[in-house]
Design a protein around this ligand. Structure first.
Ligand SMILES: Nc1ncnc2c1ncn2[C@@H]1O[C@H](COP(=O)(O)OP(=O)(O)OP(=O)(O)O)[C@@H](O)[C@H]1O
Length: 371
């Protein structure tokens, strides 16, 4: 949204929404406030409840319990076609027998909008998605990316206060997807409408969103900006799902204000304690880890673990290394182009400052659910 521009978007409030199919809880007490004009992404692995949540907001799925407010009004029980919400799915649901222009005009025809205004609004919506020259084509004459842009035009042509998108770029190749991500971001800015977007792709979520809600097994684990989720994950699942990470597990000992982990005979410490009874693990981001040759001094690092280079990947802007540790686990390290390089199989030391380690409660399901 432009500064000073008033949001045309609706606020959404999900309050303790549950949805059961037989004895299975697809949604298990989901609460989320989405601000007017916000770009909110629902992110999580397959089966975590993202699509069910979106369908509940759209009115395609009823709830077992809970409240849903759109623009402050309770819409539980209101049928989908009366909610005035724009929707885009992964598979372009364009009408094949209608031209692009007639496809985009369809929601206006349904609403009884007169011819002159209809033409003007269809032209505006097609221009917004850069498909102004394609009004006379048929869907079968368009590429996948073009069809999705038409679907987007059709979803925004009636100025809905809320636009829902379920993996709209899922069927497209990487380059096209990256370009359309930027287009969707621009359209969101220009419209000022509330966007709710479903994806299982964390990079896509980071590119697009004002905030991200991370789903796991029918619940929201954490809601925050991409930076908050990366820098301050509150659960191991979120820490593992957003960005690369290394998880150190070992026999834990906490005393005073610090926590020590014993890993294959070595001890690493962090100058913090974790509240509660759960077993702590340390989570480290790749840029907080360094690799040194054994015996080499490493200023500023308080911890060292011996390991072996298991993988070295040249990334152009630097290198990414996988270091196999003595307990069999793998650490991921990013090192700048200017740094030293290491060969496969080389014996090294993994170094880090304990202050950079996040202490999180262990959760054995956090690895299994990463798909
Ligand atoms: N109509 C249904 N009947 C029974 N179970 C369902 C139904 N719809 C969804 N589920 C189940 O609810 C869970 C959540 O599904 P949902 O589609 O919301 O997940 P998702 O996070 O969107 O995953 P994906 O990315 O694979 O679409 C899944 O385990 C799914 O099998």
């Amino acid at each position: 949204m432009k500064p000073g521009q008033e949001s045309k978007g609706a606020a959404i409030d999900l309050e303790s929404i549950s949805k059961a199919y037989g004895g299975f809880n697809a949604l298990d007490g989901v609460s989320l406030r989405i601000e007017p004009g916000e770009f909110m992404t629902l992110l999580g692995p397959s089966g975590s409840g993202k699509t069910t949540t979106l369908n509940v907001v759209a009115g395609f799925t009823d709830v077992t319990s809970g409240k849903l407010l759109v623009g402050g009004k309770n819409v539980v029980g209101v049928p989908a076609h009366k909610r005035n919400i724009g929707v885009v799915f992964q598979h372009y649901a364009l009408f094949p027998h209608m031209s692009v222009g007639r496809n985009v005009a369809y929601p206006l025809t349904l609403r009884g909008v007169g011819t002159a205004e209809r033409k003007a609004r269809v032209a505006r919506a097609l221009d917004m998605v850069k498909m102004g020259d394609f009004a006379h084509r048929y869907p079968s004459e368009l590429s996948g990316g073009q069809q999705q842009r038409v679907a987007l035009a059709r979803a925004i042509v009636f100025d809905p206060p809320l636009l829902l998108m379920d993996e709209p770029l899922g069927a497209l190749d990487k380059k096209l997807r990256e370009w359309l991500q930027l287009e969707i971001k621009r359209i969101h800015r220009e419209l000022g409408t509330t966007f709710v977007y479903v994806t299982h792709d964390q990079e896509e979520a980071l590119v697009l969103s004002d905030r991200i809600a991370v789903f796991n097994r029918g619940r929201i684990e954490q809601v925050g900006t991409g930076r908050e989720l990366y820098d301050e994950p509150t659960t191991l699942f979120v820490g593992r799902f957003i960005g690369d990470s290394t998880v150190l597990r070992g026999e834990a000992r906490s005393d005073g204000a610090s926590t020590a982990l014993r890993i294959a005979g070595e001890t690493v410490t962090a100058p913090r304690r974790m509240a509660g009874e759960a077993r702590p693990v340390m989570l480290l981001r790749p840029e907080k880890l360094a690799i040194r040759r054994p015996g080499q001094s490493a200023a500023g690092t308080t911890n060292r673990l011996p390991g072996t280079i298991a993988e070295a990947i040249y990334l152009g802007s630097g290198s990414k290394y996988e270091v196999r540790l003595a307990d069999g686990s793998t650490a991921i390290v990013r090192s700048p182009l200017t740094g030293e390089s290491f060969g496969l199989g080389e014996e090294v030391e993994l170094c880090f400052d304990g202050a950079d380690a996040k202490l999180l409660a262990d959760d054995s399901t956090a690895d299994a659910t990463l798909t």
